[in-house]
Design a protein around this ligand. Structure first.
Ligand code: IMP
Ligand code: MG
Length: 173
């Protein structure tokens, strides 16, 4: 089965916005090392592009935390499939997400990470769907607010496909 995808945010616009976010983070964390926590799998493309544009020292780790099956609706079930390799105690952590939808994944994840005593804990997401929020989460850095539509590309999938699209697109279901 193949779906029709229309462009919502072009590759050029995504790149430009990531450049701005990298600059802002570099200013905000001047004199520090930022520890980026990439939430697999969706955030991998965004994390790499953002990391390349941060000018303060960067370390990285990966966690896999899912609330979705092969569907476009949240199951409400969140689990950690792969934990971080390193301790975050005393580190200036920025959690990097691809998209915040209901906020369930993030509110769960942030609770867990907070308990591990980082020096600071911030949240950066490429995309945000504020109208869909069920759980309140404070987002420190947002790439784009988007309407309530199912999007793919730049790491985001539909049934594991389309993560490699260099732009953000809408699936016409
Ligand atoms: P939340 O827990 O409802 O905020 O869901 C967050 C996760 O759901 C994201 O990290 C994505 O993996 C997935 N997700 C939510 N909306 C979309 C979408 O429009 N396209 C693809 N994945 C999505
Ligand atoms: Mg995700």
């Amino acid at each position: 089965m193949s779906e029709k995808i229309s462009v919502l945010i072009s590759e050029e616009d995504v790149d430009k916005r990531i450049e701005e976010l990298g600059k802002k983070i570099s200013e905000d964390y001047a004199g520090k090392t930022v520890h980026l926590v990439c939430v697999l799998k969706g955030s991998i493309f965004f994390t790499c592009e953002l990391a390349k544009r941060i000018t303060v020292p960067v370390t990285m780790d990966f966690i896999s935390c899912s609330s979705y099956g092969n569907d476009t609706k949240s199951s409400g079930v969140v689990k950690i499939a792969k934990d971080l390799d390193e301790s975050i105690e005393g580190k200036d952590v920025i959690v990097i997400e691809d998209i915040i939808d209901s906020g369930r994944t993030l509110s769960y994840l942030l609770e867990i990470l907070k308990a591990r005593k980082p020096a600071s804990l911030a949240l950066c997401t490429l995309l945000d769907k504020p109208e869909r929020r069920v759980k309140n989460v404070t987002v420190d850095y947002v790439g784009f607010d988007i309407p309530d539509e199912f999007v793919v590309g730049y790491g985001l999938d539909y049934a594991q496909k389309y993560r490699n699209l260099p732009y953000v697109g809408v699936v016409e279901l």
